[in-house]
Design a protein around this ligand. Sequence first.
Ligand code: RP5
Length: 194
Amino acid sequence: MHSKSVTAPKRGVKETLYASWRLVETPYNVPMPESKPLVAVIMGSKSDWDTMRNAVETLDELGVPNEARVLSAHRTPDATAEFARGAVDRGLRVIIAGAGGAAHLAGVIAAHTWLPVLGVPIQSKLQGLDSLLSTAQMPGGIPVGTLAIGEAGAKNAGLLAAAILATSDNTIRQKLEAFRRRQSETVLAAKLRR
Ligand code: RP5
């Protein structure tokens, strides 16, 4: 696994212990030690990273402080609940959760926090239909905003998280508006070969 040390900001002993996982850069654990994360990108397995990195890259492009990590509703149920219960107090404002197959991660996280939770169904052995249905079909009372299956869903989860934050953050709003302008210009500039 690729790993690269990054410079740790000055912290107290407690903070250093708590934040130590964020100070080592790996493909499955993306740190932003300089900024307090507003969005968490959680995935059920490291095998989800190729999909979920689209959410992280979109948030990075829009300058939204974020963190990414693996937590599983089934394989690490206690750590998942602990993360979700502590999310508000840690300053998180939106949680993106991607999982595949029997995809309960987004729903379980939503059960433990009132923060907006955006679910990304991972492409699976059943083409992601199992992931889509198990993420989207929440009982009334505990919402999960479910995006499209796969990479488009992960990218859109990043954009939607930024849009939620943009309602109260002018800097993110400007970056989001600029992103949309650039996207429109690219589409309108498309040349078709005959
Ligand atoms: C889910 O099971 C994960 O979100 C992943 O999409 C799927 C398979 O996980 P691995 O067996 O690849 O770890 O919980």
